[in-house]
Design a protein around this ligand. Structure first.
Ligand code: KG4
Ligand code: ZN
Length: 328
């Protein structure tokens, strides 16, 4: 059995975790920076980088202590090397390099998106390749065919905003604060999803790509009209976004050969309405449905450690660069 220390610092969560190759999360700690960024209504890269630099070392010490392990027990140190806010990524990656060098342990540089993409396999031992992946986070909105570790075929992406970004902007328009996704989901529970007529951008188009900029603008107009309750706008937005996602998945499924499983990952996968609708979608097509528990959907280090477990045996040079952009 192998043991991997994972480090995540690409956005506004500072996190470390210890995960075994037999899928046991021995320890994990996450420090959220919501309070620091909330006054600005979004993540401020400079503040994020400084917060990561202050918090990461005690968090790593903490998970090792929680699990009663030392670096000498680890078979690899896996750190997010991109994509993300470069200051934060550098803090995590440089820390991992220093630990790897000091303890003579292999370094594995992980693509954050691969962390999300493989995270369902951490919680579901039965999930084999290939599978259809809906990756929906604050920065990304993609449909991928996951054929193996390191083998990802992108079937669709967004031509403007990511789905999580659309949730965050809707929250901002409705004055719900930051972070926006969970707040929109909560408010939507009290609203009527049919109350506000909103567009479904690209629905019906032959390519399975996404677009949410027009939906966001329509949310802004609905709010400014003063004719609608915020809860109705939130519920109608969520419904419109969901209709887009289901239509795009339908097109992606129709385009290729049938895949045995539908998997959702990324921060937006924490949304209950979206999870339920996707489960129904998968059931209707006799596909297995796998969604990690919400705490493993939003950014965390267990998924980075797990990606390291999937890649155990490989190692990256200590001069490997942090990458602000890094497509899967
Ligand atoms: O994966 P993640 O933690 O960070 C990125 O890699 O981007 O995703 C964060 C995104 C944010 O846009 C956040 O608003 C969204 O996921 N999100 C949600 C929910 N929880 C987080 N969106 C909708 N409903 C939720 N419950
Ligand atoms: Zn993420």
């Amino acid at each position: 059995m192998g043991l991997v220390l994972g480090i995540e610092s690409s956005c506004d969560e500072t996190a470390a975790a210890l995960v075994t190759t037999d899928r046991c999360i021995l320890a994990q700690r996450i420090a959220s920076q919501d309070a620091e960024h909330a006054p600005y209504g979004g993540v401020v890269p400079e503040i994020a980088a400084r917060a990561h630099a202050e918090r990461l070392a005690p968090i790593i010490e903490g998970v090792l202590a929680d699990a009663g392990k030392t670096l000498a027990d680890c078979d690899a140190i896996a750190a997010t090397a991109g994509p993300g806010l470069i200051g934060g990524v550098m803090v995590g990656l440089v820390s991992a390099k220093a630990l790897a060098m000091a303890s003579d342990t292999p370094l594995i540089a992980i693509n954050h998106l691969e962390g999300h993409a493989l995270s369902p396999r951490l919680v579901d031992p039965e999930l084999g390749f290939p599978y259809l992946l809906l990756l929906v986070s604050g920065g990304h909105c993609q449909i991928l065919r996951v054929e193996g570790v390191g083998r990802y075929r992108r079937l669709a992406t967004t031509i403007d905003d990511a789905l999580g970004e659309a949730f965050d902007k809707t929250a901002k328009i409705l004055g719900l604060g930051f972070p926006g996704g969970p707040a929109v989901e909560r408010l939507a529970l009290q609203g009527d999803p049919q109350a506000v007529p909103l567009p479904r951008p690209l629905v019906g188009s032959g390519e399975p790509h996404f677009s949410f900029a027009g939906l966001k603008s329509a949310v802004l107009r609905a709010q400014q009209s003063g004719e609608h309750q915020p809860a109705d706008i939130a519920a109608s937005f969520q419904q419109a976004a969901l209709d887009c996602v289901l239509d795009r998945l339908r097109i992606a499924c129709a385009a290729g050969e049938a895949l045995p499983a539908l998997v959702v990952a990324g921060g937006v996968a924490a949304n209950r309405s979206i999870r339920t609708a996707l489960e129904r979608f998968a059931d209707a097509r006799a596909m297995r449905f796998v969604a990690p528990p919400p705490a493993l959907c939003t950014d965390n280090a267990a998924m980075i450690a797990w990606a390291g477990c999937e890649r155990l045996g490989q190692s990256d040079p200590l001069d490997i660069a942090a990458r602000p952009r890094w497509p899967l």
